[in-house]
Design a protein around this ligand. Structure first.
Ligand code: UDP
Ligand code: MG
Length: 319
């Protein structure tokens, strides 16, 4: 009997940004290992990107790599932020047939990964994990909902409001992603932008397994602004429209007051309050306008500087 040459098993890399996650890493590693071991029909690896952690995350991950070389590590030279760490991991995953992107904090449960892989094998190049439930409540929840309403109203590439980073990219989508040079990255928007056949896999979002959220509210707001300003010119258009409206009102007022003068209805110098109100109003409108322009200009400046998105200090287990 001659053994049939079997097809090589698909290589799946899990890309996970890590910032001060020592409290969750042991559980993350053991749950990922369980998933890897339960699915022998894939060649698994995990690329953990240490985004300048100030705790013992790196030591833990180095020890993990020594025990199980399927866990690999990229250390960035400092904290670059979640999006940059993700970009670093995706750039290092070029040998994989598919990459799974997820958070370290186990809000994205590793047990969903096989379903993502199955959807990919079923022909989807981009797979989004879509939460059936959301663990955020209160103000954060409100802010998320508001952002998604705004984003889908503004952008030509709507994102699924119940999806985040968790998902899978096939090799072609990954290569498209890695060719995107931009610095202000909004992952869900870019995932919509690259196109390809898509599939959604529902899952239940978990609470953070341990530790504190590492994304500050300030960072999340910047992220939301990146989403809007890098996918829409609408703020600029609204401004132009509003400018035209104010100019028209000014012109109408001028005609109105001039007519009153000419007809002799009013001759005494009145209107101090009107003057001050208009001055402040128009001044305010102009400042808002400059602010919106500045948002775009600052982003243009960042792109023109051509600084890399991240700097790698050390790789462990990757060539
Ligand atoms: N993270 C990172 N760099 C940062 C902040 C966060 O790599 O500067 C990682 C973090 O370790 C986690 C993921 O990004 O794996 C999401 O962070 P977090 O859970 O704090 O964000 P949230 O769930 O609140 O969006
Ligand atoms: Mg989280």
């Amino acid at each position: 009997m001659v053994a049939m040459p079997s097809e090589p098993l698909p290589a799946i890399a899990i890309v996970i940004p890590v910032f001060n996650e020592e409290a969750v890493l042991p559980e993350l590693v053991s749950r990922l290992t369980a998933v890897f071991d339960s699915r022998r029909d894939c060649r698994w690896s995990a690329i953990l990107v240490n985004d300048g952690s100030r705790d013992h995350s790196v030591e833990l991950l180095l020890a993990t790599h020594a025990r199980d070389p399927r866990f690999k590590l990229i250390e960035l030279s400092r904290n670059f932020g979640f999006q940059s760490a993700l970009a670093a991991g995706l750039a290092a995953a070029t040998g994989a047939d598919a990459v799974v992107t997820m958070d370290a904090d186990l809000q994205d449960p590793p047990e969903v990964i096989p379903a993502l892989v199955d959807a990919w094998r079923g022909g989807a190049e981009v797979v989004r994990a879509v939460r059936r439930s959301r663990s955020e409540t209160g103000l954060r929840r409100l802010a998320f909902d508001l952002f998604h309403k705004l984003f889908s109203a503004l952008s030509a590439y709507p994102v699924e409001p119940n999806s985040g980073t968790f998902g899978l990219l096939g090799r072609a989508a990954l290569e498209a992603f890695n060719r995107l040079p931009e610095r202000h990255r909004f992952f869900p928007g870019l995932r919509a932008w690259v196109g390809f056949a898509r599939a959604d896999v529902p899952y239940d979002r978990q609470e953070r397994a341990a530790g504190q959220p590492q994304q500050t509210l300030h960072r999340l707001i910047r992220y939301a602004a990146d989403g809007i300003f890098s996918f829409s010119y609408l703020p600029l258009r609204v401004l132009t429209g509003f400018g035209l409206f104010v100019a028209f009102m000014g012109f109408a007022a001028a005609v109105f007051y001039a007519a009153r003068r000419i007809l002799g209805i009013e001759t005494a110098p009145t209107g101090y309050t009107t003057l001050v109100t208009l001055l402040l109003f128009i001044g305010g409108v102009q400042l808002i306008g400059i602010g919106v322009l500045g948002e775009y200009l600052g982003r243009v400046y960042d792109e023109v500087k051509q600084r890399p998105n991240f700097i790698v200090k050390k790789r462990t287990g990757l060539d």
